[in-house]
Design a protein around this ligand. Sequence first.
Ligand code: ZN
Length: 506
Amino acid sequence: MSELDLQRLRAEGQAFMEEISRESYLAFAGLKKTAELQPIYEKYERVLGIEALELTLDAFRSARAGTDEKRSAQSLLEWEIESQAAKPLAALDEREIEWENTAFVQSPDGRVIQYQAAPIEIANTGDRALRLALDEARAKLVKNEHAPLRLERLQREKEYIESLDIAGDYNASFEAVAGISLNALASLCEQFLRDTESMWADTLAQVLKKSLGIKASEAKRADALALFRASEYDAAFPGSEMEGVMRRQISEMGIDPTAEGRIIFDVGDREGKRSRAFCSPVRVPEEVYLVLRPHGGQSDYNTFLHELGHALHFGYASPDYPFEFRWLGDNSVTESYAMLFDHRMHDKGWLLRYTGLGANKVGKFLRTAGVEELHFLRRYCGKFLYERALYSGEVRWSELPELYVSLLTSATGFEYDPADAFVDVDPRYYSARYLRAWQLQSVLNERLTARFDVDWFRNPSAGPWMARELFAQGQRENADEIAARAGANQLSFDAVIAKVEALLEA
Ligand SMILES: [Zn+2]
């Protein structure tokens, strides 16, 4: 076999990603019973071999900072590390998926509930005593069976990454390769939690009293699930109109919602299809699937908008770019485009134009959305601070559950359960990508508003601008570079906080 160089790695890497992505699409869309990933891993063994890792590491170390060569090497190295780490963890992952698919929670009222459906059941249980008892049963199962599996996976992953010897420890190697400062982001999260502390305390006390009839001091995480179950407005978001509404909005923005046929809307009902919408980029930009079963309701609209943002990003990526700029890079960027669209659910003009909410309900809807947004942001800040401590190695594994409860409870105001300390963790700091996406989408929303007005979502000049200035660039630039290009000095939560305040006062 010929020697591996970057050119070959790109070609084989792209072929590998396309096959993996197609197989996953077919399985999750219900077109195939299972995803057969192992044969693909075997076929592309060389892409995930030690030679490939060393090649990308050398390229990364020798490229000059700030150049496209560096951006390229960085994306390839990050992808190599994640794919390589996935290999020794694959058996653990399979064991976990099997456990999750077969585990049951014994509800105290005699029902047997699938583990995966437990959060929905908890959210839907109106009787508070039963809700807490059901969550206790779930937590006991997690503590005894799920948490040990996840703990082992986290430990193996940390060991594996550190064995690559890229930088001092797990966190240093993440910072070196991702180019994201964990300490800087942690400071912003701590500041955000301080800045919104009293706003959150007041808001939470009010909604808990009104919606659940309980005091803030007694609220538990199971109550959060019940509180945010929002179904009151679902009639204003009919499933039968969802796809048409989304297509109309993108068309009004001046671009083709299918990107000249490259984005395929797979919206038919089919046995085995996942119930939640997802986006599968099988070939970027030529073949991008947006898959959903249109049930309708507020959360369906939200997910559709989110996945539509991803689909437009992939579908309008420049075909001339190398593999790594179209497929890889800082996922804070694609998440920010997804959030830019799903945040239209917080946009009064958008809601009045494209949904059945109407002027008399929209204010209350927005206030509720503000409560949810603030809760979600504070939870993610707490989660990120916890994950940073977890991966730092400075806190003993046995002491992490206590730290988890303290950080998440103080961030959200809901009492968390120590059993969830190892299952409520986003692998490889995906929480950091989400937090940066939140920041970047607010920068982009301000930029779009300044240029195309508050109703940029229906301005026929806005779509072509976004396609050219943002989507076509793939993830060549990271979130910080795009924010700078959009005129922001740096990523921050300032605009996010201002928006939450406006929502709460709507
Ligand atoms: Zn996403």
